[in-house]
Design a protein around this ligand. Structure first.
Ligand code: AMP
Length: 115
């Protein structure tokens, strides 16, 4: 099922794009939760982490190498940052097109909110 991220990838709706190549697109989150909050998404429509296949290993690796480069470019690599991939309801996934969040620019606190 097509999502808003597919429309961003197709340039049908605007986004603040920070990086693009043959496999991935990275753009700033519309509702940032940290000074740096960027999403990296495969151009291929993979709905959730449950749907990745062995054939996706190249694009999944590209998510990480892109995150590393963006962290350097945004000046947060040394201080640190967090990479998040949410999956389905308990993971809090809202957009069902696989994506990695890069969050940084401040101390991000504990990994999970307390219950
Ligand atoms: P997730 O909960 O992991 O699915 O995260 C979805 C993220 O997409 C949220 O942080 C939203 O703020 C972000 N988002 C939704 N629509 C847009 C958009 N049009 N441009 C940029 N970010 C968006």
């Amino acid at each position: 099922m097509s999502t808003i991220f597919s429309k961003i990838i197709a340039k049908e709706i605007p986004a603040d794009i920070v990086y693009e190549d043959d496999l991935v697109l990275a753009f700033r989150d519309i509702a940032p939760q940290a000074p740096v909050h960027i999403l990296i998404t495969p151009k291929k429509e993979i709905p959730t982490a449950n749907d990745v296949e062995a054939a996706d290993e190249a694009v999944l690796g590209r998510l990480f190498t892109t995150a590393t480069q963006i962290a350097r470019d945004e000046g947060i690599a040394k201080q640190g940052y967090r990479l998040i991939v949410n999956c389905n309801e308990d993971g809090g996934q809202e957009v069902f097109h696989l994506h990695m969040h890069i969050l940084g620019g401040r101390s991000l606190g504990p990994m999970l909110a307390k219950k």
